[in-house]
Every structure is written in structure tokens, then in C-alpha cells.
Write a protein that binds this ligand. Structure first.
Ligand code: B16
Ligand code: MG
Length: 216
């Protein structure tokens, strides 16, 4: 069997930053008098910052120029970063640190594959930088998931064939991106929410890399 590698999405897989995205988008939506609920926030998971704002504008039946969109995206990000400043190491989702440490010990290459432009800031806050061999994030890709670019660049950075990479994803678009990149996709969530995944885990608590290799 060829050597395998793991590629991890960030939000919803390593850490729950969705709650902070929601607080920041909610404040902006209120300013713009657009109704925005926690259910609406589900649509923003795994989606780029600009696309997220365009979904919010669609909810409010509003249009804006590119300059206005950029202005509000920057405003949202500044507020989001005030929450990230307060991020604590223990906000890493249960079992993730142990799983990454075990992968490192076993010599399994690991990469991040996230849409976020704040990924390095978040990983530094969580003290996880040393446990990932490559970081591919929103600053290094031009096409958003479900385009496979982020994961293909991850495979390349790990010097692995895409077929030998296993992606961990919590979003529908991310599972599709993994498959379009010819990779196996482990859904972090339920079969109902991520029906296209190859296998499912509820999280990393109690899970070891060999458990995943047996699944794929
Ligand atoms: P930023 P992921 C995604 O992270 C989030 O799920 C999504 O809600 C967010 O809009 C996107 O990152 C961009 O984040 O505004 O920090 O650049 O799931 O791909 O790790
Ligand atoms: Mg995610």
C-alpha cells in the first residue's frame, strides 16, 4: 500500500470558528437591516468570505458594487478577528491534537486545506502549526471549494498523489472538492448532512490514524 497523507479542513474540523463567523456576520447584517439567522449561517460554512457576503445580500434581496462588497467584507473580518484574538488553545475540537500528534509519530504527512485567509493566525493561536506539514489556505488558492484546487495543492505540498490523500471535511462543498481531486473524503458529521462522503466520524475524540486508514 502506498504511503497515505491526511488533509484537514479548518472550520468545523479542527476548531469551531463558525460561531465567531456568525457573530460577526450577524452584526453586519443588522447594520444593513438584513435578517440573518443561525440557520442561514449553515449556508456559509466552507464558503469564501466574499461568497458568504453575497449569500447574505441575496437573503436581503440587495445588490452592491464590488467596492461596497469589499468594504463590508473587510469590516466583517475586522470584527471576526477581535473574536479570534481571544481564541484559547483548549478550543481545538476534542481529540484533534492527539490525532495530529499520533499522525506525526507514525510519519503520516498532514496538511491544512481551508478556505480561510485567517488560517495561520488561528493555528498559531491554537498552537498547532508544528503539527501540520503544509498549510494551504484562502491566501494560496484562487478557486473556492467545490473546486479541488485547495486539496490538490495540499497533496502536491506533501509530495503525495491525490489518490493517496484522505480529506477530513464538514461541508458539502468540501466533500465534493475532495472527490473532484480524486481523494477519499471523511465526513466530519452525520451521513444525513454529508451523504456524499466515503465514511463518517462525529469527531476525533478517541480516534487514531490507524482507525482512519482501516476505513479507506
Ligand atoms: P475567512 P474552512 C471557511 O473555513 C469557513 O467555513 C467559512 O465560513 C469562511 O467564510 C471561510 O473559511 C473564509 O474564512 O473569512 O477567515 O477568510 O471550513 O474552509 O476551514
Ligand atoms: Mg469547514
Amino acid at each position: 500500500m502506498n504511503k497515505k497523507g491526511f488533509i484537514f479542513d479548518l472550520d468545523g474540523v479542527i476548531v469551531d470558528t463558525a460561531k465567531y463567523h456568525f457573530l460577526a456576520w450577524k452584526a453586519l447584517a443588522e447594520e444593513l437591516q438584513i435578517p440573518f439567522t443561525i440557520e442561514d449561517n449553515e449556508r456559509l460554512k466552507g464558503v469564501s468570505r466574499l461568497q458568504s457576503f453575497e449569500i447574505i445580500l441575496e437573503i436581503g434581496n440587495r445588490t452592491m458594487t464590488d467596492e461596497e462588497k469589499e468594504f463590508y467584507c473587510t469590516k466583517k473580518n475586522n470584527l471576526y478577528k477581535t473574536y479570534l484574538e481571544k481564541l484559547e488553545k483548549d478550543e481545538v475540537l476534542p481529540g484533534v491534537r492527539t490525532f495530529l500528534e499520533a499522525a506525526k509519530t507514525a510519519g503520516i504527512p498532514t496538511a491544512l486545506g481551508s478556505a480561510s485567509k485567517n488560517a495561520v493566525f488561528i493555528l498559531e493561536k491554537l498552537d498547532l502549526m508544528d503539527l501540520l506539514d503544509a498549510i494551504i489556505d484562502g491566501t494560496s488558492v484562487s478557486a473556492a471549494k467545490p473546486d479541488p484546487e485547495v486539496f490538490l495543492k495540499g497533496a502536491e505540498a506533501l509530495s503525495l498523489a491525490p489518490e493517496d490523500c484522505i480529506v477530513f471535511e464538514d461541508s458539502f462543498a468540501g466533500i465534493e472538492a475532495a472527490h473532484r481531486g480524486c481523494m477519499k473524503a471523511i465526513g466530519v458529521g452525520s451521513k444525513e448532512n454529508l451523504p456524499e462522503a466515503d465514511a463518517w466520524i462525529t469527531g476525533f475524540d478517541g480516534l487514531m490514524p490507524e482507525d482512519i486508514l482501516k476505513m479507506c
